[in-house]
Design a protein around this ligand. Structure first.
Ligand SMILES: [Zn+2]
Length: 403
C-alpha cells in the first residue's frame, strides 16, 4: 500500500514561517505489507530497519504486524531521518520505538481509557449467536457468556427461541480509538423458562469466579456438555442426533452432531484410562473421574497431542477432536458416562452443588451482590441495549471488570 503522507498544515499567506517540526507519516497496514516494506517505502535505510526491529523484538515481533492497523512514523524536519515508530499492540497499548543515540529504544505506552457499565439484553430468535451479536455483544463475549453457564446449560443443544438474556458488561472507551465491550460482570440467562443468574466476584488473592446470587460457585464437578459452545457461520446449530447404531444395538451414550475437528473436552477432572482404537468406537478416549464415575469419547478424528494413559487432566481439557472413525455414519461425538463401570444417562447424574463462598469473603461477596444484582434486574428485557450506568470511574476495581 502506498504511504499516506501526513497532512501538512497550510501556511497562511504572509504568515511567518513556523519553526520546522518533526514530520508525521501514517501508513495503514495493507494486504501483504510487512514492516520491512513499509519502512523501505518510507525511505528508512536497511540498517535502521534492522536495528529498530531488533530492539522492538524485546516487546513485540514486528514481523507480525496486523492488516488494518496503522504504523505511525515520525521523521526529522527534513523528512529523511526516522525518529520514532508507533504501532498499536491492542486498543489500550502502543509500541513506541524511538531513536536514541546510535540506535533505538522501545517501550510500551498505555493509552488512557475509561470503563463504564452498560446493560445489554436480548431475546433469542433463531440462534443465540445471531441474537447476542445483534444485541451488541462482540464475538468473544458470546463465548464468555456461554462459558459462565458451562455447568448449567448446554448452549449447543438446549437454547431455544424465546430464551432471553440480560447482562451487565464493561464497556471500555479508549481516547481517540473507540469503545468496545471488554468483560462481563453479571449475567442472567432464561432457558426454557428456568432462570439462571451469575455474578462475577474477584477475591483479594486475585482469583476470579462466577457465583450464583446465593454465593455458590457456578463451576461444578461435571460440565453440562463435552462440547464447548461454538458456532460455525450464521445459523449453524449443533444438534443431538441418533445415527444408525441406535437401531442395531443398545445405545447408552449421547450423540452430538458436530463438525469434524470440533474440540472435545473432559467433562470432569480425572485420569486418562485409555487412548486408542476400540472396535466400532473408532478412536476412543476413556477417563476415570473418581472411584465411581468415568466417561468416554468416541469416533474421534484425532487425539489431543500428548494424551497418554495414566495422565492427570483437569476439567475442560481437550482430549481429542470430533470425527467419524469406527462404526459411524458421519462426523459426531459419541459420549458415554459411567457409574461404577455401567453406562448411565448423563443428564440424570446428580451433580453436587457448587462450592459456597464462606468466611471472610462472604461479606465482600454479599456487598457486591447487593450492588450488582438490582442493576442486572433493572436491565430492560425488551430493549436491545439499555440501562446505561455511565462514567463510574471505580467500576474496574469494584466491579471486577479489568481482566
Ligand atoms: Zn452413539
Amino acid at each position: 500500500m502506498a504511504p499516506v503522507p501526513a497532512a501538512v498544515a497550510p501556511q497562511a499567506q504572509g504568515a511567518p514561517e513556523p519553526p520546522p517540526g518533526p514530520v508525521l507519516r501514517v501508513h495503514p497496514v495493507g494486504q501483504g505489507d510487512s514492516i520491512g516494506s513499509i519502512l523501505g517505502t518510507a525511505g528508512v535505510p536497511r540498517a535502521d530497519v534492522a536495528a529498530l526491529v531488533a530492539e522492538a523484538a524485546r516487546l513485540h515481533d514486528l514481523s507480525r504486524i496486523k492488516m488494518g492497523r496503522e504504523v505511525q512514523l515520525t521523521f526529522d524536519p527534513s523528512g529523511s531521518t526516522l525518529l520514532a515508530l508507533r504501532y498499536p499492540l491492542d486498543p489500550e497499548r502502543d509500541l513506541v520505538v524511538e531513536r536514541e543515540g546510535q540506535g533505538f529504544a522501545a517501550r510500551q505506552e498505555v493509552t488512557p481509557f475509561e470503563d463504564e457499565v452498560v446493560g445489554i439484553s436480548g431475546v433469542v430468535e433463531g440462534t443465540l449467536w445471531d441474537s447476542a451479536r445483534s444485541a451488541g455483544l462482540p464475538a468473544d463475549m458470546v463465548s464468555t457468556l456461554a462459558g459462565i453457564f458451562d455447568w448449567q446449560i448446554d448452549f449447543n443443544t438446549e437454547v431455544r427461541p424465546g430464551d432471553s438474556f440480560r447482562l451487565l458488561a464493561a464497556r471500555r472507551t479508549v481516547q481517540g480509538v473507540g469503545s468496545r465491550i471488554v468483560g462481563l460482570a453479571a449475567a442472567e440467562f432464561v432457558n426454557a423458562g428456568r432462570v439462571h443468574r451469575a455474578l462475577r466476584f474477584d477475591d483479594a488473592e486475585g482469583g476470579t469466579a462466577w457465583y450464583t446470587p446465593s454465593g455458590e460457585r457456578m463451576a461444578r464437578a461435571f460440565l453440562k456438555s463435552p462440547l464447548a459452545y461454538s458456532h460455525v457461520g450464521s445459523g449453524f446449530n449443533l444438534k443431538r442426533f441418533h445415527p444408525i447404531l441406535k437401531s442395531t444395538r443398545p445405545h447408552w451414550g449421547q450423540d452430538y452432531g458436530a463438525p469434524t475437528g470440533a474440540p472435545v473436552r473432559a467433562v470432569a477432572s480425572g485420569t486418562v484410562q485409555f487412548v486408542g482404537t476400540r472396535g466400532g468406537f473408532g478412536k476412543h478416549v476413556r477417563l476415570v473421574h473418581s472411584d465411581r464415575f468415568g466417561s468416554s469419547y468416541s469416533h474421534l478424528s484425532r487425539y489431543a497431542p500428548g494424551l497418554k494413559a495414566g495422565r492427570r487432566i483437569s476439567q475442560g481439557t481437550v482430549v481429542g477432536y470430533v470425527g467419524s472413525t469406527g462404526l459411524s455414519t458421519g462426523p459426531h461425538l459419541h459420549f458415554e458416562f459411567y457409574d461404577r463401570g455401567r453406562p448411565v444417562d448423563y443428564a440424570k447424574v446428580e451433580v453436587p452443588r457448587g462450592e459456597a463462598i464462606e468466611g471472610a469473603r462472604r461479606p465482600a461477596f454479599e456487598g457486591l451482590r447487593d450492588q450488582v444484582l438490582p442493576r442486572l434486574l433493572s436491565v430492560d428485557g425488551t430493549a436491545q441495549v439499555a440501562a446505561f450506568f455511565a462514567h463510574e470511574g471505580g467500576a474496574g476495581r469494584h466491579g471486577g471488570f479489568v481482566r
